[in-house]
Design a binder for this molecule. Sequence first.
Ligand SMILES: *Cc1c(COP(=O)(O)O)cnc(C)c1O
Length: 425
Amino acid sequence: MKPETIALHAGYESEATTKAATTPIYQTTSFTFDNTQHGADLFNLAVPGNLYSRIMNPTNAVLEQRLTELEGGVGALAVGSGMAAIRYAIETIAEAGNNVVSTSQLYGGTYNLFAHTFRRQGIEVRFADADDFDTVASLIDDNTRALFCESIGNPAGNVVDIQRWADIAHQAGVPLIVDNTVATPMLCRVFDHGADIAVHSLTKYIGGHGTTVGGAIVDSGKFDWVKHAERFAVLNTPDPSYHGVVYTEALGEAAFIGRCRVVPLRNTGAALAATSAFQIMQGLETLGLRMERHCENATAVAEYLNQHPAVEWVNYAALPDSPHHAVCQRICGGKAAGIVSFGIKGGMQAGAKFIDALQLILRLVNIGDAKSLACHPASTTHRQLNPEELASAGVSEEMVRISVGIEHIDDILEDIAQALEASQA
Ligand SMILES: *Cc1c(COP(=O)(O)O)cnc(C)c1O
């Protein structure tokens, strides 16, 4: 099936007892066993089935199947937030003493997790500019467990050459994890470009309506954990926390996503509520339509800003004069999602005046809502970064970020026009 169809149909057939056409919300903590043996088989991963909703839930399973098929993988895990997804993806294969090599152009929360929380727990994250491939390769050593990047950086708006990152990762025998939140599988199927694991904040375009926080990890099943058994002993030796199972033997190509479920999720518990999975699936149904409109509107906004005398620079990878235009063509089919950033003449103060003058576009820090949103990263999401860190994250003081929504373009442009005028007063 094509992505638009998968988003509506994958993973669910009218439920046998009630014939419900829409995936029901299975609002239950637990699932009954037929008998003691059945319970034991479930715990041994010997038969498929549900145990307890911290670990799996039938509503979440439908969402997981849709995301698996949209990305073209072998399995997915829905969790409570995008941050939990990123943390669990890395914790599935890295522990104290290991390191990860990441782009520096990151979502602010991810940067904090990498630079501060992981560091205190003994996992070192080494940062490189997304386009500096020599540095990326030079940072990898025997203790590296993954490379990490965002397909389209938030808020930097850079499109990463995932293929190059994947080649470097595979040459060194490590997987590439890609945060595909901004592009979504509608614009970029990261496994087609060599990535091994995808992570998502479902809070953004996939949920799409600013109602629900959620995250997911998708496993391509392509990385050969057995070939690199020494580096990934955690997947190739008996796990005492799960009664001695060897994940690559029990789960084959789904070893990674299996351990992700039964170790980080089971033992630390950032589960996604079934009601949230249901809400997110309502959004997912229209993702294809919305992404088309987000891209169309964002292109119009970027072109408008580009010719405006009060605007110093515009950053939108789909514009022909963007330094990321060629990579955007190759990786995202020339579509750069809905996030446009720009600098206003008059620096920090003019930026603040612009934000304060907005009447339609909402002042908040989220992205990917159907409604247009605006924020000033230097004073909000990236507030804790020093000037050097701001620069390497691709954030400047005067930068304004608009997450262009699916309203009528005339109304969006009218609000931007009057706010730009106010910014120069
Ligand atoms: C928002 C976001 C996250 C974090 O997701 P939450 O659902 O807010 O935890 C991670 N990566 C990117 C690119 C994001 O935009």
